[in-house]
Design a protein around this ligand. Structure first.
Ligand code: T46
Length: 132
C-alpha cells in the first residue's frame, strides 16, 4: 500500500511559519468541510470506519498522533507529528487514529459535507467492498 503524505511548504520569515492550503493547488479536491479534534482522552482510538466516496487530508497541526490504514489487503501505521505534513486518505480505506499526545490537534480537510450514509462502519462490509 502506498501512503500518500503531502509536505506543505511554509512561508517562512523571521516571524515564523505560515502554511496556506488551496483547493486543487495544494489539496487535490474541493474542500467542502474542515473539522478538527483535540483534548482526545488518553488511550482513545477513534475512527473504525471507511468511507464510500469521501477523500480527506489529515494534518496534525499540533502535537502528534498515529493513523492505522487498512485497504483490505494491507495495513500501514502512519505517524503524524509535523504541522506541515498532510496524510491523504482516499475513499474505501479503513482508518483508526490513536496514540494522541495530550496536546494533539488533528485537523481534517474533507471533500464532502458530513453524510452518515457515506460511512462503512462494519469491517466485514468494508472487506467486501474493498475486494470489488
Ligand atoms: C474520519 C475521521 C478521520 C459531525 O456532526 N460532523 C462532522 O463533520 C464530523 C466529522 C462529525 N460529526 C459528529 C458525528 C459524531 O456524533 O461528531 C461526532 C464524532 O464523529 P465521529 O465519531 O465520526 O469521529 P471519528 O473521529 O471516529 O471520525 C472522524 C470522521 O467522522 C471521519 O470521517 O475519517 O475522523
Amino acid at each position: 500500500m502506498q501512503v500518500v503524505k503531502y509536505i506543505f511548504q511554509p512561508h517562512s520569515d523571521e516571524r515564523g511559519q505560515l502554511i496556506a492550503l488551496e483547493e486543487f493547488v495544494d489539496i487535490p479536491f474541493k474542500i467542502k468541510r474542515v473539522y478538527y479534534m483535540y483534548d482526545t482522552a488518553k488511550g482513545v482510538r477513534r475512527g473504525y470506519h471507511a468511507h464510500r466516496q469521501l477523500e480527506q487530508i489529515l494534518i496534525c497541526i499540533h502535537g502528534k498522533c498515529k493513523v492505522h490504514l487498512d485497504n483490505g489487503k494491507e495495513t500501514k501505521e502512519v505517524f503524524l507529528e509535523k504541522p506541515y505534513e498532510g496524510l491523504y486518505i482516499a475513499s474505501c480505506m479503513w482508518r483508526e487514529m490513536y496514540d494522541f499526545s495530550e496536546d494533539a490537534v488533528l485537523m481534517v480537510l474533507a471533500s464532502e459535507l458530513y453524510n452518515e450514509e457515506d460511512y462503512i462502519r462494519d469491517y466485514d462490509e468494508f472487506l467486501r467492498i474493498a475486494a470489488q
